[in-house]
Design a protein around this ligand. Structure first.
Ligand SMILES: C[S@@+](CC[C@H](N)C(=O)[O-])C[C@H]1O[C@@H](n2cnc3c(N)ncnc32)[C@H](O)[C@@H]1O
Length: 159
């Protein structure tokens, strides 16, 4: 299975990078996991609606350029679909079984994902109504993917 996580902007803090590196290492035996970073646009406080849409559109185009036709895309969105970790684990296993072994997760930038990216997505994933910083979201997502693998092998990691 190939898992790609596309995020906007670089991870600045060392503790995030270390956390990501740890989960990359732990998942090594279950899947080929790749992090792809696309450049972010400057998004100062006082942007108009049109300017915010332009920021998302530009970032969205960069995201879409990193996605191949065969990839099953799951967009992370606050208003997306929530599910328990067990259901998420089953989905990951089923996708692999039924011919979608290239799964791509997409995390938006500080203003979120563009309509074009949401349209390309095959599914959405919400971690609840709380807004998380996109850098932290990357780490939380990795833990949940790792947890999914642990659930699927029946490991006591998942209690
Ligand atoms: C700072 S948030 C963007 C906030 C923006 N107002 C929005 O509604 O998308 C950056 C990205 O992190 C992800 N994200 C943040 N909180 C999330 C949550 N609770 N569930 C799923 N994804 C989340 C989404 O991909 C979002 O585009």
């Amino acid at each position: 299975m190939n898992i790609k996580i596309i995020g906007v902007g670089k991870l600045k803090e060392k503790y995030f990078r270390e956390g990501i590196a740890e989960y990359l290492k732990r998942m090594d035996k279950f899947a080929k996991v790749k992090i792809v970073e696309v450049a972010d646009e400057k998004a100062p406080e006082n942007l108009s609606e049109a300017e915010m849409a332009e920021v998302k559109d530009k970032e969205g185009k960069r995201i879409l350029a990193k996605i191949k036709d065969k990839e099953w895309v799951i967009a992370l969105a606050i208003e997306g679909k929530q599910r328990p970790s067990e259901a998420f684990a089953k989905e990951i296993a089923d996708l692999g079984t039924y011919g979608h072994s290239d799964i791509t997760f997409v995390i938006g930038g500080s203003l979120g994902l563009s309509p074009a990216v949401m349209k390309r997505a095959n599914d959405t994933l919400s971690f609840g109504k709380l807004t998380m910083p996109h850098q932290l979201m990357r780490l939380v997502l990795m833990e949940q993917i790792y947890r999914a693998f642990m659930i699927n092998i029946g490991s006591p990691y998942h209690k």
